[in-house]
Design a protein around this ligand. Structure first.
Ligand SMILES: O=C(O)CCC(=O)C(=O)O
Ligand SMILES: [Fe+2]
Length: 350
């Protein structure tokens, strides 16, 4: 594919203007028909939209989905009329209430669905499929997506949880020059055999971050940080939300892991309309600090989580049809019953 090139394991895809217009038109049609990307009737009809997405992009996503050597991908060329006209909302609640960037909600949900099964977390942004990330004054110094004054340090998305995403998509509604995305991963031979062996043992404990309203329901147990092939190791790690292990061997292994990752950080510059796709089993990510003005012109990212399959999270969802994952196992509810998680997003039309 001539428009695809690989840079340090990060793949790039450039949409043509026509392809971008096609994808935006499909997202616009879905937004007009369903209103909210959480509505069950949209979620149930996702394939009818993804099937019509530009063929070259479909080919790229199909390939990416199975390519564990690719730690991330950037889909460029996504700027379109209308992006500049939307003001950055003050926070995710305002974004949801005002349906700000609604077409882009559908667009990133459809991009995500081209790679697997989109899902949401019950405790994050009220269970919404697409998260809005923008700086808020109260969180300016926090290690959260809503921070800005300090760099967001590297992490696997939702490292602590067994149902964490296989892919995370970060769509830049409004990019800013001073905010760069940071990526790091384990290069071949970066860790010695003894370190690898220690990191494969179930000895490491994470701390769920407080952006989940249900974070205290999680049964936190020691887990391994590394798994899989020596060539393409699968990694789960977080440089902030973890408890230092007690054993000397585990502490040394963790220190080696941190050194290897910190030595491999690459910066990626995003532009408005670009999508960063993270292979969440291979790469850790973060973001630089940046200036926030809180005046409607700030950086704004939409995020969606994607799993290869929904099977892994079945016990954490209330029915097979729900895409809302709880941090603790969830009792079953009849689909469509008042207790079913799908019910709360049902619009009168669905
Ligand atoms: O703002 C970004 O680019 C990334 C945010 C992020 O990684 C997070 O909130 O977990
Ligand atoms: Fe993240």
């Amino acid at each position: 594919m001539t428009s695809t090139r690989t840079l340090y394991g990060i793949r790039e895809f450039e949409l043509t203007e026509a392809e971008c217009a096609e994808a935006v038109a499909i997202a616009t049609e879905a937004a007009e028909r369903h209103g909210d990307c959480n509505s069950p009737d949209f979620l149930d009809s996702i394939p009818t939209y993804t099937r019509r997405m530009p063929g070259r992009l479909t080919g790229f996503m199909d390939d990416l989905r199975h390519d564990d050597h690719a730690v991330a991908a950037v889909i460029r060329g996504g700027w379109h009329d209308g992006l500049d006209g939307i003001r950055t909302p003050a926070d995710w609640r305002e974004a949801r209430a005002a349906k700000a960037g609604q077409v882009q909600d559908f667009l990133v949900a459809l991009y995500g669905a081209m790679l697997g099964e989109v899902f949401s977390w019950h405790g994050q942004q009220e269970g919404s499929l697409v998260h809005d990330l923008m700086p808020t004054f109260a969180d300016r110094g926090e290690q959260l997506g809503s921070g800005s004054e300090t760099a967001l340090l590297w992490h696997t998305e939702d490292a602590f949880h067994p149902c964490r995403a296989d892919f995370v998509l970060l769509y830049s509604v409004r990019a800013k020059e001073d905010a760069t995305s940071t990526l790091a991963w384990l290069h071949e031979g970066a860790l010695g055999a003894e370190t690898v062996a220690a990191l494969k043992e179930s000895k490491y404990v994470f701390k769920p971050d407080t952006s989940y309203t249900d974070y205290d329901t999680f049964d936190n147990r020691p887990v391994p940080l590394l798994s899989g092939d020596a060539d393409v190791p699968h990694l789960r790690a977080d440089s902030v939300y973890y408890e230092p292990p007690e054993g000397e061997r585990e502490r040394a292994a963790l220190a080696s892991l941190f050194t290897a990752l910190e030595g491999s950080v690459v910066e990626v510059r995003m532009f408005s309309g670009d999508t960063l796709v993270l292979n969440n089993r291979r790469v850790v990510h973060g973001r630089s600090e940046f200036e926030a003005k809180y005046d409607g012109t700030d950086r704004w990212v939409k995020r969606v989580n994607v799993a290869h399959s929904l099977d892994r999270s079945r016990a954490y969802r209330c029915c097979a049809d729900s895409r809302i994952v709880h941090l603790a196992p969830r009792e079953d509810h009849e689909p469509g019953s008042p207790e079913c998680d799908r019910t709360r997003f049902r619009t009168p039309a669905s």
